[in-house]
Design a protein around this ligand. Structure first.
Ligand SMILES: NC(=O)c1ccc[n+]([C@@H]2O[C@H](COP(=O)([O-])OP(=O)(O)OC[C@H]3O[C@@H](n4cnc5c(N)ncnc54)[C@H](O)[C@@H]3O)[C@@H](O)[C@H]2O)c1
Length: 392
C-alpha cells in the first residue's frame, strides 16, 4: 500500500476539522465520509464530490472504500465503531475519549490484541505540544528527580448554557456519559499519568452535578490522587469559572516545574531536597535554587494533523504511534475513578472495579436522566461552532 484511504465518521465540529486537512496528509487521502445526519454528510460531500458518502458507519465499513477510519462521533460510539472496524480489518484513529466506560476500553484493547496487524491510535494531539514534551523530557531525564506532587488547576473550560444546547447529546448521561471529565479533560487526564509515567493507585474526590448549568452531569470536580511512590496529585476542574486557570505544578526531589499561560519555569535546586531534609544540620535550611525560564517553541497550530500524519506513517512505514489506542484506557480510568469517588464520596482504588462503575453510570442516568433543561440556541451560535470548517 502506498496510499491510505481514510473515511471520517462523524462530521460535526471535530470531524469537519479532520476532513479539512485530510488531503494534505502525505500518503493519505479522504475516501469516504459518514454522518448519521444526512444534511451533515451532504454538506461535506458537496465539497468533495469524489468521496463516497454514507449515513451509517456499518455501510461505510462494509463498502470497501477505506483502509482506515477516523472516528469523530459522540463518545459512546467510539468503542462500538472501533470494534466493528477491527472486524472489517480496518485501521482506526479514534477521537478522545477512547470510550466512556473503562470496561469498554478494556474490551477494545483485548480485541485489538487479536488484530496486531491493524494500527490503533488516539487523537491525543496534546502529546505533540512542545510544552508538555519538554516537561516529559525533564522528568524522563531525571532532572526533576523523584516526583512528589502533581497539581493541576484546569478550570479554563468555561462553557455557556448555549454550548450545552448545541448538541443534544452534550451534558447528558445517556448521550455523553459524563461532563467535564469525559468531554473537556481527557487530554489533561492522559497527561496526569503520561507525564509522571505512573498511574495513581487511589483517588478521592468531590463532584458537583449541574452546579453551574442546567445539565445532568458533573460540571465541577476536585480530586486527590495517590501515586504508588507516595506522590500526591491534585486535580481541580470545571466549566463554570471565568477567567479560568490552567496551571500545572510538578514538584520533585530537584525542585519544581510550573507551567502556566504557555510558559514553563523550572525552580531547580542545586541539591536533592530529600538529602538536605534528612541530613542538614540546620533547622531552617535554604537550598540554593535557580529560577530557569525554559524556552518553548511555539505550539504547533496543526496538532490534529500531526497525529493523523503519524497514524498514516505508522500504517505505511511502521512509525511508532504518538498515542497508541491502548493508552486511552489509562486517562479514562483516572476520569472514571474521579467521577465515582466524587459522586459516592468514597475513595476508589485502581485498577478500578469496572462493573461497579457501569452500575453507577446506569444509576446516574436513572436518577438524573431528563434533568437537562437548556433552551435551543440562537442560530448565530450554531454558525460559530462550525467556524473552523467554514474557514478551511
Ligand atoms: N481532540 C480534540 O481536541 C477534540 C475537540 C473537540 C471534540 N473532540 C471529540 O470529537 C468527538 C465529536 O465531538 P464534536 O464536538 O465534533 O461533536 P458534534 O456533536 O459537533 O459532532 C458529532 C457528529 O457525529 C454525528 N453522529 C452521531 N452519531 C453518529 C453515528 N452513529 N454515525 C455517524 N455519525 C454520527 C452527528 O450527527 C454529528 O454530526 C467527541 O468525542 C469529542 O470528545 C475532540
Amino acid at each position: 500500500m502506498d496510499q491510505v484511504r481514510i473515511g471520517v465518521i462523524g462530521l460535526g465540529n471535530m470531524g469537519s476539522v479532520h476532513v479539512s486537512y485530510m488531503d494534505s496528509i502525505d500518503g493519505g487521502a479522504l475516501s469516504a465520509v459518514c454522518d448519521a445526519n444526512p444534511a451533515a454528510a451532504d454538506r461535506v460531500a458537496q465539497r468533495f464530490p469524489n468521496v463516497a458518502k454514507f449515513t451509517t458507519y456499518e455501510a461505510m465499513l462494509a463498502s470497501g472504500t477505506c483502509d482506515a477510519i477516523l472516528i469523530a462521533t459522540p463518545h459512546y460510539q467510539h468503542p462500538l465503531i472501533t470494534d466493528a472496524a477491527f472486524a472489517k480489518n480496518l485501521h482506526v484513529l479514534c477521537e478522545k475519549p477512547v470510550a466512556v466506560r473503562v470496561s469498554d476500553a478494556r474490551k477494545t484493547n483485548a480485541l485489538h490484541a487479536k488484530h496486531p496487524n491493524l494500527k490503533y491510535a488516539l487523537m491525543f494531539q496534546t502529546r505533540t505540544n512542545p510544552l508538555y514534551l519538554k516537561i516529559k523530557q525533564i522528568i524522563d531525564d531525571g532532572e526533576l528527580g523523584e516526583i512528589s506532587r502533581i497539581t493541576w488547576i484546569a478550570t479554563n473550560w468555561f462553557r455557556t448554557w448555549t454550548y450545552f444546547a448545541l448538541g443534544g447529546w452534550r451534558g447528558t448521561w445517556a448521550g455523553e456519559g459524563g461532563g467535564v471529565l469525559i468531554n473537556q479533560n481527557p487530554h489533561n487526564l492522559d497527561l496526569m499519568q503520561w507525564l509522571p509515567g505512573m498511574m495513581p493507585e487511589r483517588i478521592t474526590a468531590i463532584a458537583s452535578l449541574g452546579k453551574h448549568h442546567p445539565i445532568e452531569v458533573e460540571d465541577e470536580l476536585s480530586a486527590i490522587l495517590e501515586y504508588p511512590n507516595g506522590a500526591i496529585g491534585h486535580f481541580v476542574t470545571g466549566t463554570g469559572e471565568y477567567p479560568g486557570t490552567d496551571r500545572l505544578e510538578i514538584a520533585g526531589d530537584r525542585g519544581r516545574l510550573v507551567c502556566e499561560r504557555n510558559t514553563l519555569k523550572f525552580y531547580q535546586t542545586r541539591k536533592g531536597v530529600r538529602e538536605v531534609r534528612e541530613r542538614s544540620k540546620e533547622a531552617f535550611a535554604h537550598i540554593e535554587t535557580w529560577e530557569i525560564d525554559i524556552p518553548i517553541p511555539t505550539a504547533n497550530p496543526e496538532s490534529h494533523k500531526t497525529v493523523t500524519q503519524n497514524f498514516v506513517n505508522a500504517i505505511l512505514k511502521n512509525e511508532p504511534l504518538i498515542a497508541p489506542g491502548e493508552d486511552g484506557v489509562r486517562g479514562l480510568e483516572i476520569g472514571n475513578a474521579m467521577l465515582m469517588a466524587g459522586v459516592t464520596r468514597q475513595a476508589v482504588t485502581l485498577p478500578m472495579d469496572a462493573a461497579a462503575f457501569d452500575e453507577l453510570l446506569k444509576d446516574l442516568e436513572k436518577k438524573h436522566g431528563g434533568k437537562k433543561k437548556v433552551a435551543a440556541p440562537p442560530v448565530d451560535a450554531v454558525v460559530d461552532m462550525n467556524a473552523s470548517f467554514k474557514k478551511a
